[in-house]
Design a protein around this ligand. Structure first.
Ligand SMILES: Cc1cc2nc3c(=O)[nH]c(=O)nc-3n(C[C@H](O)[C@H](O)[C@H](O)COP(=O)(O)OP(=O)(O)OC[C@H]3O[C@@H](n4cnc5c(N)ncnc54)[C@H](O)[C@@H]3O)c2cc1C
Length: 429
């Protein structure tokens, strides 16, 4: 087997490359077909010459092996500089180290150090025993144990982290000028205008914490998606005022479908510039119409950012290529020929779900059976199973009827015959 060489570090490349580079983020697909499609897409998108490609770490560490495999394939099969996300959710310090050792073994040298979101179904983020409490802990560990082997990047939030954004009563009048520039307003289902913002005091805490992540040894910042460029410019100004002098790379969300647009902006509590919500709705007449709107919007935003002197653009591709390719072509960052080589098979990835729970639009698989229909056709005595956690490897339950405890490895879980009622099944390591 050929010796594995070390990858280039993104922090070094940023110094050598002229401004105007771009990079692509992908998430690990859920199915084997999805992985095959993604690899084909990566192979086509490689021809666009991104500075690097990066791969998300599934919520709660759910895709760790696949994330590692895709990152290694990116570097060693496709010859593209690879950047891997690593989160602290459900992650002990030793598991994080294991993942970093695997990266080192395959020569991957670029890591995005993140806390991660709470696993699906859990409201609040909690550290596991022997785990990290925030991204800062992870950055510190990487520098302590691996010196400068890795380029480490971290997340930055131009509007404030969603957990730090609160609903405010009293309208815009109660906000400061800075708050007014980053607040989100929208009309709720009852027709009431809702105002949400990261208040100045909270924003100051966010900036102090971000500075600590940088001081601990992070090389650059990738931002959360934003749709109002003014919010990004204000954020960069604040960073510089707080003494954060590393490159800040804007994260550009590719607007590929109206449903995704609504879900993502609600999830991230993103500020929409005046008229954008209405324009997005008007563009939702067809998939193609919306994508064309996404390309036009993306082009306008990126042009503004490049004119302001950003070093590069990091595209959240959602594993699709049409919007990112259209945007890069409009910006003159790729040629007509490069764009043409990339447009095949956009439909392949429509049913993918990202690490952050963002779906790209179409549904996965066939329609399910309706419980109401099943109730009419099943004999009395059926039961439901409520799965408490699907990530661990053992199940156990105590029958509410007989009070007998049962447990076993997942491979032996074939179902139960207990009569009516709910079963709370627990899966343990
Ligand atoms: C570029 C980017 C990539 C992402 N990739 C992934 C991914 O691959 N997988 C995934 O699951 N999620 C991903 N996410 C989502 C991310 O995991 C969540 O936003 C998560 O809630 C926070 O992660 P973080 O690294 O920003 O956390 P942290 O930097 O730890 O911060 C989280 C929040 O807590 C506050 N905080 C934490 N510690 C302190 C402290 N000591 N003092 C004051 N405030 C503190 C911060 O200010 C911030 O508000 C990504 C987000 C971005 C922007």
């Amino acid at each position: 087997m050929a010796a594995v060489t070390d990858d280039k570090k993104v922090s070094d490349l940023m110094k050598e490359t002229k401004p105007g580079f771009f990079s692509f983020e992908y998430f690990p697909p859920k199915t084997a077909d999805g992985v095959t499609n993604l690899k084909k897409r990566m192979s086509r998108m490689k021809a666009l010459n991104p500075l690097f490609m990066d791969f998300t770490w599934g919520a709660g560490g759910s895709t760790s092996d696949l994330t590692l495999d895709l990152t290694a394939a990116c570097k060693n099969e496709f010859g593209v500089v690879a950047n891997m996300h690593l989160t602290c959710t459900n992650q002990t310090a030793s598991l994080a180290e294991e993942a970093l050792n695997k990266c080192k073994a395959v020569g991957v040298r670029n890591i995005v150090a993140l806390r991660g979101d709470a696993p699906r179904g859990m409201d609040k983020w909690e550290a596991v025993e022997g785990g990290f409490t925030c991204a800062l802990d992870l950055v510190k560990m990487i520098r302590e144990k691996y010196g400068d082997y890795f380029t480490v990047s971290v997340a930055g939030y131009p509007e404030g982290h969603p957990d730090a954004i609160e609903q405010v009563e009293g309208g815009l009048d109660v906000l400061t000028e800075a708050e007014r520039r980053r607040c989100r307003t929208f009309i709720d289902e009852e027709g009431k205008e809702v105002l949400m913002v990261c208040r100045d005091a909270k924003f100051a805490e966010e900036m102090t914490y971000l500075k600590a992540k940088i001081d601990a040894g992070s090389d650059f910042i990738i931002t959360q998606m934003f749709l109002d460029v003014q919010v990004f410019h204000d954020f960069v100004k604040s960073c510089r005022e707080y003494g954060i002098n590393v490159p800040i790379i804007p994260g550009i969300m590719c607007l590929t479908g109206y449903g995704g647009f609504q879900r993502m902006t609600a999830l991230c509590k993103t500020r929409l510039p005046a008229g954008m919500a209405e324009a997005a709705k008007a563009a939702s007449t067809s998939d193609d119409d919306f994508k064309q709107w996404g390309i036009d919007m993306g082009t306008e935003m990126c042009r503004n950012l490049l004119d302001s002197g950003v070093l590069g653009l990091h595209f959240y591709t959602l594993n699709l290529e049409k919007v990112v390719v259209g945007t890069l072509k409009n910006l003159g960052l790729i040629s007509e020929e490069q764009a043409a080589g990339c447009q095949a098979g956009d439909v392949d990835a429509k049913s993918m779900v990202s690490a952050q729970g963002i779906t790209t639009g179409a549904k996965i698989g066939t329609d399910d059976q309706k419980v109401s229909d099943l109730m009419k056709t099943s004999p009395p005595g059926f039961f439901f199973v409520r799965i408490l956690s699907s990530q661990d490897r053992r199940w156990s339950y105590k029958s509410e009827e007989t009070h007998v405890a049962h447990e076993g490895p997942w491979s032996t879980f074939h179902g139960f015959h207990l009569g009516c009622g709910w079963l709370n099944i627990r899966f343990d390591h």
